[in-house]
Design a protein. Structure first.
Length: 645
């Protein structure tokens, strides 16, 4: 009963790591300037990505495509785009339809138009969401990728690497033709997310590479390009309040907070579980990789934990500090100097002296930087204090620092409290042993019959282990965490009791890591079955399952009423923009129009309307407008639904 579909998807991806670009990019033959090195990397949260270094001569709109006569009949009557020939990074020419937005241009295969799901509205949303994504990155990073013209995003049968690639610090993305890879729902991921008005996570990830304009200031450890995406790309899901959808590839249907927790499991909490882990050992020297902890993940974990504790302004302040440093000085020379910069940027984002946090992580900071932080942020840092003397702090996961009985590693007792701070309340612990053998027979699973449970055992290579959970999980969302300790490599998959199909996409972990996911279950499972599937490496595992009350995705936070006035002027008024979904009281409402970008704003709570006149010749004949709630410069709710006019 192994999830063969999932395994085949992973095998297809063939994750690649770093690509290198050398020389100039020339008219008509861009691929001749790219030296592509395929490097197999461990599959995980970054599995769908490779990156390509920016060629020094630039990457312009004129060099990636040319107009061309349509080579085949196109199943399209409106909003069909422009017929062009696209020059791929590998030197192949593709007949494509080109759509140009405000900041990006999208190249799609003509064959996509034969599917009704890729209709005019989906096409408009795909382009517009990528324009909005570009703007989010532009505003938070405070800079744009190098290169002239619009950022080209092409869907080609054989991209420069893996499932997708992005030029680091420059304009250019290639993504595999979406017919080759589906989401967990079995639907086409790019189209599905476009239909909801969101950008699929591979696109979010690759565009983050494009906006990596500060790499020279922090690159001293292996795969630092994916440290940048692990920070900026991941935080953006929370920062913009978008979360993910059922179509998101391998990270489906997560709230903004759950996206962050998923990554913290992979980065911060994995680092803490490694005895003796330190900055020198795990980041600078990269010696924790054999235990499943990559340097970029350890480095990103520090950021993820501070972001969790201090909020979205950490991202703003962190990037602002990097930007200001890059404006006044050249990149620093040594690993310690570059690490000092990251720590100072993190302190600027938190507005706090993070050196006490670094000390608890056995993280190296130079005496000069330690002194500067103490002078700049003299206030006490409560998350570093062990107020109850139990040997743990809020920074390290103590959820009640006034109660010495509650801390990581505490014994869980039935008292309605999460004693060990692992997110589970009064969980039953089921351990494999002579008196509790785990079943490898799917028709006779071990009957756990608890909705909140931790299952601890050892999986042998090639064997699957089956468990039946309580009926009370029917129709609910679950929080599922799978940890490897230390060598297990395998999956957890959820099934209905008759194995008519996986009711939740399986997820994978390896070599001492943990991963988390949050499936929405259908009703009438009677009961839910889960299976541990040892794939390539035997070892111990720890599976935790609990229902969660959070619904996701939420209904739209509001829409815009549009009226046409005299003289080609339109009026916009946001309605139903309730604060129930906002993480902080909003102060303003921003209005976004497809093809134009942000066109204006109003104070939140007022009765006014925004009047707007489109520029002559800009945008398409049919436009979409959305509203988003902000507090000062920070989004506090996701962008609302489209109104087309």
């Amino acid at each position: 009963m192994t999830s063969r579909k999932l395994l085949s998807q992973l095998a297809h991806l063939g994750c690649v790591a770093m690509l290198t670009a050398v020389g100039a990019v020339s008219q008509g033959a861009p691929a001749t300037s790219l030296t592509i090195e395929r490097v197999t990397a461990a599959l995980g949260p970054g599995h769908d990505c490779g990156v390509v270094r920016k060629a020094p001569a630039g990457w312009t709109e004129r060099e990636v495509y040319r107009p061309a006569p349509r080579r085949e009949a196109l199943a399209c009557s409106s909003d069909c785009g422009e017929s062009v020939t696209y020059h791929s990074w590998k030197g192949a020419d593709y007949a494509m339809q080109r759509f140009a937005g405000r900041y990006v241009q999208v190249f799609v295969p003509p064959a996509w138009f034969a599917d009704a799901r890729f209709g005019p509205e989906t096409r408009r949303k795909l382009l517009d969401k990528l324009d909005l994504l570009y703007t989010y990155y532009k505003e938070v990073v405070g800079a744009e990728p190098a290169g002239d013209g619009l950022l080209p995003i092409a869907f080609v049968l054989e991209p420069g690497c893996g499932y997708g690639c992005g030029i680091v610090g420059g304009k250019g993305i290639e993504i595999a033709d979406d017919r080759l890879c589906c989401s967990a729902r079995g639907d086409l991921a790019i189209w599905g997310e476009a239909a909801t008005g969101l950008a699929q996570n591979a696109l979010v990830h690759e565009m983050a590479h494009n906006f990596d304009v500060f790499g020279a200031y922090f690159e001293y450890f292996e795969d630092a390009g994916h440290y940048w995406t692990d920070v900026v790309n991941v935080a953006l899901y929370d920062y913009t309040r978008s979360g993910t959808t059922p179509y998101t590839f391998f990270a489906e249907s997560m709230t903004p907070e759950e996206v962050l927790e998923y990554w913290r499991q992979w980065t911060f909490w994995t680092y803490l579980r490694h005895p003796g882990a330190s900055w020198e050992h795990c980041v600078r020297d990269g010696l924790c990789k054999t235990q499943g902890l990559e340097p970029k993940a350890a480095e990103a974990g520090f950021f993820h934990r501070v972001y969790q504790l201090y909020g979205p302004h950490v991202l703003e302040g962190f990037l602002r500090y990097l930007r200001e440093t890059a404006a006044r000085e050249a990149p620093r020379a040594t690993a310690q100097q570059k690490e000092d910069l990251l720590v100072e940027a993190l302190a600027a984002g938190a507005g706090a002296d993070v050196s006490c946090m670094a000390d608890q992580l056995r993280w190296s900071i130079s005496p000069e930087v330690r002194a500067r932080l103490a002078a700049a942020y003299p206030a006490a840092v409560p998350v570093c204090a062990d107020g109850d003397g139990d040997g743990s702090t809020p920074f390290l996961g103590d959820t009640d620092d006034a109660n010495p009985a509650i801390h990581p590693g505490a014994r869980e007792i039935a008292n309605g409290i999460d004693d060990d701070g692992n997110g589970l309340v009064d969980e039953a612990i089921v351990q494999q042993g002579a008196k509790a053998p785990f079943s490898t027979d799917p028709w006779h699973p071990l009957d756990v019959r608890r909705a909140t449970v931790r299952i601890q055992g050892r999986a042998e290579r090639g064997k699957d282990y089956y468990f039946a959970l309580g009926n009370q999980v029917d129709g609910q969302r679950l929080a599922v965490r799978l940890c490897s300790s230390p060598a297990f490599e395998g999956f957890v998959v959820a099934h209905d009791s008759q194995y008519r199909g996986d009711v939740a996409q399986g997820w994978w972990t390896t070599q001492g890591r943990c991963t988390a996911f949050f499936p929405q279950l259908p009703r009438d499972l009677k009961p839910l079955h889960v299976s541990i599937q040892g794939v390539s490496q035997a070892g111990a595992y720890d599976l935790a399952v609990t229902p969660v009350a959070r619904r996701w995705p939420l209904p739209s936070a509001g829409r815009v009423v549009v009226r046409r006035l005299a003289g080609g002027v339109f009026s916009f008024r946001a309605v139903n923009a309730a604060t129930s979904q906002a993480i902080a009281p909003p102060t303003r409402v921003r209005f976004w129009v497809s093809g134009y970008g942000w066109v204006g704003e109003l104070p939140y709570g007022g009765s006014g309307v925004l009047r707007w006149r489109p520029a002559a010749g800009a945008g398409g004949a049919l436009r979409g407008v959305r509203a988003q709630l902000y507090r000062a410069e920070t989004p506090v709710a996701a962008a609302g639904s489209y109104t087309w006019f």
